[in-house]
Structure formats: structure tokens, C-alpha cells
Design a protein around this ligand. Structure first.
Ligand SMILES: C[S@@+](CC[C@H](N)C(=O)[O-])C[C@H]1O[C@@H](n2cnc3c(N)ncnc32)[C@H](O)[C@@H]1O
Length: 206
């Protein structure tokens, strides 16, 4: 379908990304959480366009999206990524160690809500992809640390299409729906929705 066509006409995943994708599918019960080929390439392209000094990723999982985003960093740039679950952080670390970009990635294991306030950085790009119920809280926490004209990308904002239902049900779908309303109502940001995969909210700080 459209997704397969788009993947076929996009640059293939590099060897390490293909391996992470395959490993995650074969070994992880929640493998659908991985960004995957097309979204990963979009993240890489966005990062390359912004040429960030500092990237923050909230929700590392097995490291796929971090290894896409890191490719756009300028010389001396760093990507901080936060993962709650030690098992996933260990898998990601193993892959980061094998990447030529590994030394630019700083992996924090813990709850992002506790880690973020201790990171004294100014973010050029934030990728929000952890637990959906905390999206608004993450957004409020990071926005003051984002530079003017910096970007926040929030993943899964269609929540598998559930936010389109007349009555939104389920804790996560409701949380995403509330997040989307919260973003829409704010006048201090520029925003649009990218309809790739499960939807990404792209926000620019004014
Ligand atoms: C959707 S997955 C991330 C996928 C990854 N960014 C990618 O594209 O391949 C979400 C991850 O967020 C982690 N997570 C959930 N709650 C968290 C929290 N409070 N702090 C940090 N990480 C959290 C989960 O353990 C999970 O690995």
C-alpha cells in the first residue's frame, strides 16, 4: 500500500537500523512501538534540516529513533535520550556502542519526569515518544528549555486512529486527544500535524 510504496522509494535503512528493526520484531513483545523505516528516515531528514546542537528524546525503547535523529547533529552536538525500563535501555546501549554516532548519544535510565529537570541544556529539537498520559506534562517541562524557533515533535498523536472516534475511549487515547486539544489551543507556538504513520505533531516555539 502507500506505506510500502513510500518505503520502496525512500533510501533503505542502514545496516544497523535494519538489524535493530529485525531484532526488535523478533525479540520484543511491543515491537510495534519502534519508529520504523519511513518515520525513522523522516526523523533523520528533519534533524538534518535543523542541524541541531542539542536533541532530547523522551522514550528510547531499543534505540532506533535516536540513531536516526543523531545523524543530523552538527559537529560537537549531542543527543540525550531517556528510557524508563532498564532492559530496553541496555538493548539500546548495545546498539549505540556499535554505531559511529554512539559517542554523541547520552542515555539516561529513569523516569523522564525526574530526569528532564536535571538536564541543563537548551534544546533545538525534542522528540516526545514516551507514555502518552504524560505528554502534556512533558511538553510543559521541556518548552522553557527549547530555544526560540526550536522544534518539538510528538509521536502517535492519532493513537491508531482512536482520536478520530466520536467518543474517544481508553486512557491513552483520551490522553492523546487532550494533548492535541492542548496544543491546538496554544497561541505561543506554531504547529502542524504530519500524517505519517501514527501521526506526529510538529511544534515550533515562537
Ligand atoms: C514508543 S516507545 C519509544 C520508541 C522509540 N522512540 C522509537 O521510535 O523506536 C516508548 C518508550 O518510552 C518508555 N517510557 C515510558 N514511560 C517513560 C517514562 N516515564 N520515562 C522514560 N521513558 C518512558 C517506554 O519504556 C518505551 O520504551
Amino acid at each position: 500500500m502507500v506505506q510500502q510504496y513510500a518505503e520502496a522509494f525512500s533510501t533503505p535503512e542502514d545496516e544497523l537500523l535494519r538489524e535493530i528493526n529485525l531484532y526488535t520484531r523478533q525479540h520484543h513483545s511491543e515491537h510495534q512501538m519502534l519508529s520504523g523505516h519511513l518515520q525513522g528516515k523522516l526523523l533523520e531528514m528533519i534533524s538534518r534540516m535543523i542541524q541541531p546542537q542539542r536533541i532530547l528524546e523522551i522514550g528510547t525503547f531499543t534505540g532506533y529513533s535516536a540513531l536516526c535523529l543523531v545523524k543530523g547533529l552538527v559537529q560537537g552536538g549531542q543527543l540525550h535520550t531517556i528510557e524508563l525500563r532498564e532492559e530496553d535501555a541496555a538493548i539500546a546501549k548495545g546498539f549505540f556502542n556499535r554505531s559511529s554516532f554512539g559517542s554523541r548519544i547520552i542515555l539516561h535510565t529513569g523516569n523522564a519526569l525526574n530526569v528532564i529537570p536535571n538536564l541543563r541544556e537548551t534544546w533545538d529539537l525534542v522528540f516526545l515518544d514516551a507514555d502518552k498520559v504524560s505528554y502534556i506534562e512533558y511538553f510543559k517541562l521541556v518548552l522553557p528549555q527549547v530555544r526560540q524557533n526550536g522544534f518539538i515533535l510528538a509521536d502517535n498523536i492519532f493513537f491508531h486512529g482512536e482520536v478520530l472516534a466520536a467518543e474517544v475511549k481508553g486512557k491513552n487515547a483520551k490522553a492523546i486527544s487532550e494533548f492535541n486539544e492542548f496544543i491546538r489551543e496554544r497561541n505561543d507556538i506554531d504547529k502542524m500535524i504530519i500524517t505519517v504513520r501514527d501521526g506526529l505533531y510538529l511544534v515550533r516555539k515562537l
